[in-house]
Design a protein around this ligand. Structure first.
Ligand SMILES: [Zn+2]
Length: 348
């Protein structure tokens, strides 16, 4: 499937996209963030990532979250950053340049699909997907510069896109681009934790042999759910052997099974001694999602966030970047992501 283009080693230069500036949005508190701030990326350009016409990944997901965040009063506690776009050069740190050109072209006219039928090429999707990538990379830059301790990007964590193809509603793999950006900054121990219902195949396979990426993924067993991968025996290969952890859960599994699995994730992340922790907090693992069959509650995601923040405090100078990931029941994603933000705010 996706190509295994040779990757260059760490290089110490600051890619242009890492200098993304913060700007305000009417009605949202916007100040220069400080070391202990939690920064939330939100704005119209991110909200546009989605597919209309009744597609589960609709463009209304961001507003569903923001409405709940405001209802709980957390919009006054986080600092807000406007979405930042990624350059074609940044996209090509992970993606094949020909694939980037194809998405740009298909996005101009719209029509057809970018994969086998899950990810429509709607007009403007190139720009929206570029803002997802750019915001995640800019958020990580804040962490590396010590200008924030936690970052949350709700519309992000598009873990199915591969280097040469879209997949499962994911046009560009923001996590893949971010990992390549972090490696270019000289990081060699990057922890990626994925608690979305679906296995993060785009991150797993494209970094399967990469010793810098310590990925841990709890998901619904691939025998019952897209993309059908992520077996316990998939633990990395070659230089990346032993640096990946996959824990499939049976359909119907709840918080009890999740907490047991997450204990293993904690042990794994601790052993990695990461320099930064990335969390894909997909809410489609919560009971009642229309596409998946797990039965977690938002408490599972709060627990994961809390524990990862504690580990980041021990090893990673507190750096945690969380992404919303999947989640197609609007009430679930609103409750889950708000809980994640609450934990990001709790312990800094
Ligand atoms: Zn998912």
């Amino acid at each position: 499937m996706a190509g295994k283009a040779p990757r260059s080693g760490p290089r110490r230069h600051a890619p242009a996209v890492l200098s993304g500036r913060l700007s305000g949005r009417a009605g949202w508190r916007t100040v220069t963030p400080m070391r202990h701030d939690v920064v939330l990326y939100q704005g119209e350009a991110l909200g546009r990532y989605g597919f209309g016409g009744g597609h589960p990944f609709g463009p209304d997901r961001l507003s569903a979250f923001l409405t709940e965040l405001a209802r709980q009063g957390l919009d006054r506690t986080v600092k807000t950053a406007a979405p930042v776009t990624a350059t074609d050069e940044a996209l090509s740190w992970f993606h094949d340049a020909a694939y980037v050109r194809r998405v740009r072209l298909q996005s101009l006219s719209g029509g057809g699909f970018l994969d086998q039928g899950d990810t429509p090429a709607v007009p403007g999707i190139f720009d929206a997907a570029s803002h997802v990538v750019g915001s995640v990379v800019a958020g990580a830059a804040l962490l590396l510069r010590g200008e924030a301790s936690r970052v949350f990007v709700p519309i992000a964590g598009l873990h199915h896109a591969r280097r040469t193809s879209a997949g499962g509603f994911c046009v560009f793999n923001d996590i893949g681009v971010l990992i390549e950006a972090l490696k270019r900054q000289g990081l060699t121990r990057i922890a990626y934790v994925d608690i979305d219902a679906h296995h993060g195949d785009g991150v797993y396979y494209d970094f399967e042999d990469d010793p810098c990426v310590f990925s841990a993924d709890i998901h619904e067993d691939g025998r019952f759910l897209y993309p059908g991968t992520g077996g316990r025996d998939e633990s990395g290969r070659d230089a990346g052997a032993g640096r990946k952890l996959n824990i499939p859960l049976a359909p119907g599994a709840g918080d009890r099974e999740f907490l047991a699995a997450f204990d293993k994730v904690e042990t794994f992340v601790r052993a990695a001694r990461p320099e930064i922790i990335l969390l894909q907090a997909g809410a489609d693992s919560i009971a009642g999602d229309p596409l998946a069959h797990l039965a977690l509650t938002p408490e599972a995601h709060r627990h994961a966030t809390k524990r990862l923040c504690a580990l980041a405090g021990e090893y990673a100078q507190g750096r945690v970047l969380a992404m919303g990931g999947g989640g197609y029941n609007r009430d679930n994603l609103a409750a889950t992501w708000t809980g994640v933000v609450r934990e990001l705010l709790a312990d800094r």
